[in-house]
Design a protein around this ligand. Structure first.
Ligand SMILES: Cc1cc2nc3c(=O)[nH]c(=O)nc-3n(C[C@H](O)[C@H](O)[C@H](O)COP(=O)(O)O)c2cc1C
Length: 273
């Protein structure tokens, strides 16, 4: 099977696939049928835009079988009111049921989050799921140690985000560090790949939006990310692959309470030019 396949029996030669290809890796031959350029196999991003846009379903990539590229279901598309509702419904969860997260629910969620955009469609985001109680306790201890280090060595900065208050509550036995979450998910990738940090954040953002659909709630674990970046024992505790860094983390669990209203936000500051 070729890298790119065109079904000439159904192709209507409209040229949309060639027009839409990000690097012009599809060209139109003299007979009007699309053909891959010489360097297409090497340079193609495998974004699937050509597959997505073809109205006759005549194009497929070797690595992207047609039967796995599901048709768009118009009934599932949100109108603006539904979309606003969907986005406003997203909420940070900080009170979780005392119940482990089912692997099936998390797998489903990660499988949805993989559709988030990544730079160059590199799909460079990798996931670490921590549900083991001892490992979670180790993370908490490392966050607390990092905060103590910050309060001693970078006091101004630590005080600016109220680390003193957080640590005092932690010392009183309140888990403000990981909110007693039954699981933490870490998005990671190679630290030298400039695409990775943003891609991790975007993937986590998708994961957060999708979480309620499988009954889960999330809270960004900012302390996990920052401690793992600036406090070597935390990175060690995460035990990521060589050269990898945590570029975002989320606490996860089943929310103890439901939300009944959607609070307001400031009107956005917009400059029109
Ligand atoms: C990058 C980032 C890091 C965050 N880190 C934490 C955290 O460590 N602990 C926490 O309780 N909430 C954390 N949050 C959640 C914010 O406090 C929360 O999004 C904000 O209060 C608004 O509430 P909402 O998400 O329900 O709209 C974080 C949010 C973001 C975007």
């Amino acid at each position: 099977m070729d890298f790119l396949n065109i079904n000439q029996e159904t192709c209507n030669k409209d040229g949309i696939c060639a027009e839409i290809c990000v690097g012009s890796y599809i060209q139109l031959g003299e007979d009007g049928y699309p053909v891959p350029s010489d360097n297409a196999e090497e340079l193609c991003l495998r974004c699937g835009h050509c597959v997505a846009v073809c109205p006759t379903g005549s194009i497929s990539l070797r690595e992207m079988p047609r039967e796995e590229c599901l048709p768009v279901q118009k009934d599932f598309l949100l109108d603006a009111d539904q979309c606003e509702h969907f986005l406003r419904y997203r909420r940070t969860t900080r009170v979780f049921k005392n119940k482990p997260v089912a692997k099936d629910d998390l797998t489903r969620l990660i499988e949805m989050a993989r559709y988030a955009p990544t730079g160059y469609n590199s799909q460079c985001v990798e996931w670490l799921v921590i549900g083991d109680k001892d490992e979670l306790d180790k993370l908490r201890e490392n966050i607390a140690d990092w905060m103590r280090w910050m309060l001693t060595n970078m006091r101004e900065r630590a005080l600016s985000i109220h680390m003193d208050l957080a640590l005092a509550r932690w010392d009183e036995g309140v888990d403000v560090l990981l909110q007693n979450a039954p699981a933490v998910i870490v998005a990671h990738g190679h630290k030298d790949n400039i695409i990775v940090p943003d891609s991790c954040k975007i993937a986590l953002s998708h994961l957060e939006l999708a979480a309620p659909s499988v009954g889960l709630g999330c809270c960004w674990a900012g302390y996990v990310e920052k401690a793992s970046t600036f406090f070597p024992p935390m990175l060690e505790a995460l035990s990521l692959p060589e050269g990898h860094q945590c570029f975002g983390a989320m606490m996860l669990g089943y929310p103890k309470y439901k939300n009944h209203r959607m609070p307001t936000r400031k009107y956005p500051s917009i400059t029109w030019r």
